[in-house]
Design a protein around this ligand. Structure first.
Ligand SMILES: Cc1cc2nc3c(=O)[nH]c(=O)nc-3n(C[C@H](O)[C@H](O)[C@H](O)COP(=O)(O)OP(=O)(O)OC[C@H]3O[C@@H](n4cnc5c(N)ncnc54)[C@H](O)[C@@H]3O)c2cc1C
Length: 391
């Protein structure tokens, strides 16, 4: 019979939200256990594009309402952590690009006028030309306008690996989770038969949260899944590009980020409007053909003849919103010892941790568990989709 564990905070779900929170709590002296039933970061986090948004994209359609939105501060918080001087020491994590770019292929679209006037981007957007253009756009045939946004792009697998290191001995590979009740109050969880008692229990299980709540006999909070059909291209002629390409509408027509593959090639990972509703309805072959056509039109100087293609269907998991809109703050629901939430963006992992830590402070929860943890089976790191789909 495995031993009983007492910890301060028990977290379920080791994506960026659970891992970031876990590392912050440990730094503050709390004991923690973080349970994962698959791989570390392998849910949405390692499948994300790694853009540390400051909200510029959302200013395009007026959804960013100003100072109240936590997202505007996220690039600074990540930069400080990456420099080793912030709330966590993420020095050593790979930054893929110091900036993300906005790229308007033709003449300046009308919607950009209000965009540049908006408070969210004022003073944070510079036009770039010539040698300062992203490498993939440096061609004499390139006609569009490009703006540099103060938003960085991180290599998510290396973020997850570092956060896992900061998680120390508290990471637990566990499959079967049941509630641990006293009276009818939740006081912990039983993980693969082992009792884990905690002052607070946090569920950060991404798309798995609804099923986990059901297993625990709970029905709140409600969540939504927003399906995406992403496109992956890998080949020797691809050069780094981190950009939202604007179309006529309020959403980027295509968002390209570039990631290192294990074989030394670059991978273009493409989302944005192309991966949403119409993209979700397309078959993988149709989705690839659509992307090929878009790229041939936008970047005709790039030779795609040796490029390999794949698509990835993945859901974004969020609290239920009216009309499947996008939330711009992390979300945490509380009931008794239980907290349940979603960062809603990789970039917002610090905001998710703040919300949990603020709740602990408000309730006077302090580190009390002192027993060393037994040796726990550790979950493996999540692997990028291109290594699985285009090995
Ligand atoms: C294609 C795509 C691109 C994106 N691009 C960006 C971007 O560029 N910038 C940005 O800021 N955001 C982006 N996002 C959003 C971002 O990825 C997510 O908001 C963020 O990763 C969510 O983190 P999480 O820890 O809540 O969830 P996840 O990373 O999904 O982690 C949840 C974890 O919980 C585990 N789990 C589930 N059920 C259980 C259970 N019963 N027991 C134990 N463990 C369980 C899962 O295995 C998983 O590891 C993107 C999302 C997608 C899908």
């Amino acid at each position: 019979m495995p031993s009983v564990i007492s910890t301060d905070v028990l977290i379920v779900g080791a994506g960026v939200a659970g891992l970031w929170l876990n590392a912050r709590l440990r730094r503050q002296g709390f004991s923690t256990v973080l349970v994962e039933n698959a791989t570390l970061g392998g849910g949405q986090s390692v499948k994300s594009q790694g853009i540390i948004h400051g909200g510029a994209k959302y200013a395009l359609h007026g959804a960013l309402t100003g100072a109240s939105e936590a997202i505007a501060d996220m690039p600074r918080r990540w930069r400080e952590a990456l420099a080793g001087s912030g709330e966590l020491d993420l020095s050593g994590v790979r930054v893929l690009s110091e900036a993300h770019y906005l790229w308007s292929p033709g003449t300046l679209a009308g919607n950009l006028t209000s965009f540049f006037a908006s408070k969210a981007v004022r003073g944070r957007v510079d036009q770039v030309k010539g040698d300062d253009l992203p490498p993939a756009l440096q061609d004499r045939r390139f006609k569009g306008k490009v703006y540099r946004l103060a938003e960085l792009v991180v290599d998510v697998p290396s973020v997850i690996e570092r956060l896992a290191e900061l998680g120390g001995d508290g990471l637990l590979a566990g499959q079967h989770i049941e509630p641990l009740l006293e009276g009818n109050k939740l006081v912990g969880l039983r993980v693969d038969g082992r009792e884990i008692r905690a002052q607070r229990i946090v569920l950060s299980a991404g798309g798995g949260t609804a099923a986990l709540l059901t297993d625990l006999g709970l029905s709140k909070p409600a969540m939504q899944k927003r399906p995406l059909h992403m496109i992956i291209a890998k080949g020797p002629s691809l050069k780094p590009l981190y950009a939202h390409c604007l179309g006529g509408g309020t959403k980027p027509r295509i968002t390209v980020t570039t990631h290192p593959a294990a074989d030394g090639n670059w991978v273009w990972y493409m989302g944005g409007d192309i991966a949403e509703a119409d993209g979700v309805a397309r078959t993988p072959d149709e989705q690839i053909a659509t992307a090929q056509k878009e790229l041939a039109q936008l970047l005709p100087w790039i030779d795609m003849s040796q490029t390999q293609w794949a698509t990835l269907r993945v859901d974004r998991a969020e609290p239920l919103q009216s009309g499947l809109t996008r939330p711009d703050n992390a979300f945490v629901f509380e009931e008794g010892r239980l907290m349940v939430g979603w960062p809603t963006k990789l970039a917002l992992a610090p905001d998710f941790a703040d919300r949990v830590i603020n709740s602990l402070e408000r309730d006077g929860i302090r580190p009390i568990a002192t027993e060393p943890l037994p040796e726990l089976p550790k979950p493996a790191l999540g692997v990028p989709a291109w290594e699985q789909l285009l090995p």
